[in-house]
Design a protein around this ligand. Structure first.
Ligand SMILES: C[S@@+](CC[C@H](N)C(=O)[O-])C[C@H]1O[C@@H](n2cnc3c(N)ncnc32)[C@H](O)[C@@H]1O
Length: 209
């Protein structure tokens, strides 16, 4: 998607997101945050595409969580949750393009990207940025819907693909797109409910020199 389409699409989604797409994607957020909460020596967490902040209340209170999103409408919802629920572990929520993360190299123990890789423009560039800011040995946790190779679902995905800018995501997004980073090793991959529609992936940052 183009950035302008992200902005307009998520301005439309923001008021209704939590009670629509947000409900369907709950298992992905539970799996990703649960995994991060169980990591030893994990302190600094970056959530890329934090959206309305649905995951924020579920991080362990001892973590330091930073969230970024391009949509100010989605971020406003996240800020309101942090304020209303007094989420002290959320250190910052910043408006930012995930293709150019304004953080130094190797500064987060874990990076979460839930339901965003099929939304962002240039997902390969976003993967490279997430890998850059993650510490060696740190984990990048992704949950997303990826294109099916065959069956009825694959037909539906292909039919909806031209409507990406309207929907707010690419329905036929290939998993391989997020598995190309030379410094990221796939360490876990499993399907998630409902009906295995979403996939949970964990990538570990390895030292390349
Ligand atoms: C489907 S929502 C997912 C929100 C949240 N992660 C969740 O699981 O509920 C996708 C989010 O990605 C954000 N996004 C899209 N492109 C982006 C970019 N280039 N940089 C930062 N955020 C982006 C959108 O604004 C939107 O909030």
């Amino acid at each position: 998607m183009e950035l302008e389409a992200v902005k307009s699409s998520y301005a439309r989604w923001a008021p209704v997101y939590d009670k629509t797409f947000g409900i369907i994607t709950g298992s992905g957020r539970r799996a990703a945050v649960g995994f991060i909460n169980r990591q030893k020596n994990c302190h600094g967490v970056l959530e890329v595409g934090v959206g309305t902040g649905l995951a924020l209340p579920h991080y362990h209170e001892e973590l330091n969580v930073t969230g970024v999103d391009f949509s100010t409408d989605m971020l406003d919802k996240a800020r309101s949750k942090v304020e209303k629920q007094g989420l002290k572990h959320v250190k910052a929520l910043r408006q930012m393009d995930a293709r150019e993360l304004d953080f130094p190299d190797n500064c987060f123990d874990a990076v979460a990207a839930m339901h965003i890789v099929s939304v962002v423009p240039e997902p390969e560039r976003v993967m490279a940025e997430m890998a850059r800011v993650c510490k060696p040995g740190g984990k990048i946790v992704i949950t997303n819907h990826f294109a099916k190779e065959d069956g009825a679902m694959a037909v539906v995905e292909k039919m909806s693909a031209p409507f990406a800018n309207l929907l707010g995501w690419h329905s036929d997004f290939a998993m391989d797109t997020v598995l190309q980073q030379p410094n990221l090793k796939l360490v876990e991959k499993r399907p998630l409910p409902p009906v295995n529609m979403m996939t949970f992936l964990v990538l570990e940052k390895i030292q390349t020199n």
